[in-house]
Design a protein around this ligand. Structure first.
Ligand code: ZN
Ligand code: ZN
Length: 553
């Protein structure tokens, strides 16, 4: 009997983002990614969403480290929160760690966190695991798939990947190595990216975007060109820069993360822009607009980003108009569509020509589509399969692909956040459930619970009615009030009459209550809430939050 490997999914199975999984052998744990998720519009006031750290906290002293598969925040953005409580080293490519360190540094945790660089094809021991880092192509350079060589055989986790056969840097997904693993040891268990599992065909190669960009730059001679993409998408930035330089333009970056990442990638030799072609955004005003290319953040319509401020005519450096073309080299991630469309609208309103992925092929996805997934499965030929990274429908679509590729239904397990599996000599079996709810972060602390969110929703949709009254409990006399104060139910200045009526209704209810019974403060509060709620609902068919404030005089 070989010891079992236990795998715990803490995020990324059932949503796009907050990817986090734990691999456990002989009582020691290695994490694979710890990401964040951007909130939906109904998560009011929430900045971001993290994996539930309860289980990790309970197993804190068993954690050997965290493998960071690539430089996207949905894979490492949770670390700056988790590392406040726990301490362990991070493993990743130089670029991945360079991108991940920003948030960790901002949180003041960099001095007590070891960042350990690993290279393509490297094998190293992390705790009890023999871990191998296999190159993959994705929308940020230098991502890895991870092969865990374990007593239960090879467990292969793809991370985020696509099969780009002509990537900008020529670094391919190492299918040859995966084929060799499959031939020699066999892949016992495959965990693979499902983000695009319900998209037909193949993803386009990143280099095809470069050709489109070159054409756009050529056909917009005479205009200032402003482009936007993810700041971590070094290859996209490279292709924008190449198109700009080819047309004799000078490049300025805009937005903090774009500036930082361009500097980092140039230092690492991953991004090539000649020094004399770069200028600070402060100095861009001195140049002929037709000879400028700005590369900006804000591709997701983030309200405070450089691009959104430009659309709202509040950008410090740039005022845009009919002499400008904005190329949005990106695709909105779920939840950001309305922000993106607001930004486009704002730009078009002031006369800017906007080119986006719905008009021209100025974007290529970083995730494998169906035919690529089939190719991958045909090479890895796993014994067991669990689809990861995706909403539930993506996971199911990926399971279907595995069936199409000949896997027996019982060899494919569709799991969700909180599921714990065990790989034993007998196969892969569900083991337990662990807490894996959303951890909502507002500001810098994750203490926003479901109750707070529910309150925020009621406040946002219906408003609040506060009823203040002071009574003499012993006699039942109303000393002051009731006074009704509201925000969001009716507009106080224009609704004196209905507010007076509401106050009268509450006063009647209090008198009634005292006439019937001796009464305490707490039950009086209930009477006040019920009377006010009933009045508000009957008169206006609304259900604002009712807050009774009953004082004893
Ligand atoms: Zn990614
Ligand atoms: Zn991802």
């Amino acid at each position: 009997m070989s010891p079992p490997v236990t795998i715990t999914f803490l995020g990324g199975l059932g949503e796009i983002g907050r990817n986090c999984a734990a691999f456990e052998l002989d009582g020691r744990i290695v994490l694979l990614d710890c990401g964040l998720m951007f909130p939906d519009a109904d998560m009011l006031g929430i900045d971001l969403v993290l994996p539930d750290f309860t289980w990790l906290r309970e197993h804190a002293d068993q954690i050997e480290g965290c493998i960071v598969t690539h430089g996207h925040e949905d894979h490492h953005g949770g670390l700056s929160f988790l590392l406040r409580e726990l301490s362990f080293p991070l493993y990743g490519s130089a670029l991945t760690l360079g991108l991940a360190r920003n948030r960790i540094d901002e949180a003041g945790l960099i001095d007590r966190t070891d960042l350990i660089e690993v290279t393509d094809g490297e094998r190293r021991r992390i705790g009890p695991f023999d871990v191998e880092f296999i190159p993959v192509t994705h929308s940020v350079p230098h991502g890895f798939a991870t092969a865990f060589h374990t007593p239960q055989g090879v467990i292969l986790h793809t991370g985020d990947f696509k099969l780009d056969l002509t990537p900008v840097d020529g670094r391919l997904t190492d299918l040859a190595r995966i084929g060799a693993l499959s031939d020699q040891q066999g892949v016992r268990l495959l965990l693979a990216d499902s983000t695009n599992a319900d998209e037909k065909g193949y993803s386009r190669s990143e280099t095809t975007v470069g050709a489109v960009l070159r054409d756009l730059f050529a056909s917009h001679a005479g205009k200032r060109i402003i482009t936007t993409c993810f700041a971590s998408h070094v290859h996209r930035v490279q292709q924008i820069a190449d198109a700009a330089v080819a047309e004799g333009r000078t490049i300025a970056t805009m937005g903090m993360s774009m500036k930082k990442n361009v500097r980092l990638a140039r230092q690492m030799g991953l991004l090539h822009i000649p020094d004399h072609r770069l200028v600070d955004i402060e100095d861009v005003g001195e140049l002929d607009p037709a000879e400028v290319c700005i590369i900006s953040t804000g591709s997701q319509g983030e309200p405070m980003s450089a691009l959104a401020l430009m659309a709202a005519d509040e950008n410090r450096w740039i005022k845009v108009g009919s002499g400008d073309v904005v190329i949005m080299s990106s695709h909105p991630i779920p939840g950001n569509e309305s922000n993106v469309s607001k930004v486009i609208d704002g730009l078009v309103r002031v006369g800017v020509e906007v080119v986006h992925s719905g008009i021209e092929d100025v974007h290529a996805t970083g995730h494998a589509k169906q035919e690529e997934l089939k190719t991958f499965h045909s090479i890895a030929r796993p014994e067991w399969f669990v689809p990861v990274h995706g909403e539930y429908r993506h996971l199911v679509a990926h399971a279907r692909i595995a069936h199409q590729m000949g896997m027996a239904a019982e060899r494919v397990l569709v799991c969700e956040d909180g599921d714990q599996l065990q790989l034993t000599d007998d196969g892969l079996v569900p083991h337990a459930r662990v807490p894996a709810g959303y951890l909502y972060v507002d500001g810098i602390v994750g203490d926003v619970g479901q109750g707070v969110l529910r309150d925020r929703r009621v406040l946002a949709e219906e408003g609040v009615v506060v009823v203040v009254v002071a009574v003499d409990i012993s006699t039942g006399a109303i000393i002051t009030g009731p006074e009704v104060i509201t925000r969001g139910w009716v507009y106080e200045d224009e609704a004196a009459e209905i507010i007076d009526q509401c106050e009268a209704a509450v006063a009647d209810a209090i008198k009634d209550a005292f006439a019937r019974d001796a009464i305490d403060l707490e039950s009086l509060q209930r009477f006040v809430r019920r009377a006010a709620g009933k009045f508000v609902n009957e008169q206006t068919r609304r259900r604002p939050m009712i807050v009774p404030v009953v004082m004893e005089a």
